[in-house]
Design a protein around this ligand. Structure first.
Ligand code: G3P
Length: 225
């Protein structure tokens, strides 16, 4: 499963990219607004920081012609930009039109299998299935992900299922179990993936024992002393 960070914060992208396990970045209008910087400059900086990864950037119009104009503008900025399109009627039409023109898309705000079917039939490169927002209202967000993965495989659609609105590491585990292609998560959730109390206590014990014995990796050989 590919790991994407869901952020408009360039510094978070820089740190995640340094780990060497980052496959791409997703943004949304809220995240870009939170960054306090311009949309184009932020997205282009992110493309520079993640040289091999896809970077999703979202249209904000809700009427077809305006959405198409925005999508063309956004996709012209960089070859690795994937145009993020909300799953509304003109959005599905837009995904189909962009797909026909060879422009990659990420169908977003997808919560159900029927919505995912529309996105897949329109040729979406990624289908962003939100889980946390469903869990927030006492639903089972991951159920639609698992059913969508099964639907994509059964019918041979080419879309990749991207688990979005991830809130904690257990969502990542469940995304893996569902066979999803991508998980996108806030930087702080990505940091949490490193954490295990036995790693911390185990490392402390190793280092305490090592230092108590006065050892050094760079010690000279006995003959050289
Ligand atoms: O970017 C889409 C999605 O990941 C947003 O997540 O936490 O705002 O529900 P969240």
């Amino acid at each position: 499963m590919k790991l994407f960070v869901d952020t408009g914060d360039v510094e978070e992208v820089r740190q995640a990219a340094e780990w060497g396990v980052l496959d791409g970045v997703t943004t949304n209008p809220t995240l870009i607004a939170k960054s306090g910087k311009g949309f184009r400059e932020t997205v282009l900086k992110i493309c520079e920081l993640v040289p091999d990864g896809d970077v999703s950037a979202e249209v904000v119009a809700t009427e077809y012609d305006a959405m198409l104009k925005e999508a063309k503008e956004i996709s012209s900025w960089h070859e690795r930009i994937v145009v993020k399109v909300p799953l509304i009627e003109p959005g599905v039409r837009l995904v189909k039109a962009l797909t026909d023109q060879g422009i990659r898309t990420n169908a977003t705000l997808v919560f159900s299998v029927p919505q995912a079917l529309l996105a897949a039939k329109a040729g979406a490169t990624y289908i962003s299935n939100f889980v946390g927002r469903v869990d927030d209202i006492s639903g089972d967000g991951m159920a639609a992900v698992a059913d969508t993965v099964a639907m994509i495989h059964h019918y041979g659609f080419e879309s990749q299922v991207l688990v979005a609105s991830i809130r904690h590491p257990l969502h990542v585990v469940h995304a893996l179990e569902s066979g999803a292609d991508v998980g996108t998560m806030p930087f702080k959730v990505m940091q949490m993936l490193f954490k295990h109390p036995l790693t911390d206590s185990g490392l402390k014990r190793f280092l305490d024992d090592w230092h108590a014995a006065g050892l050094s990796i760079f010690e000279r050989t006995r003959a050289g002393r």
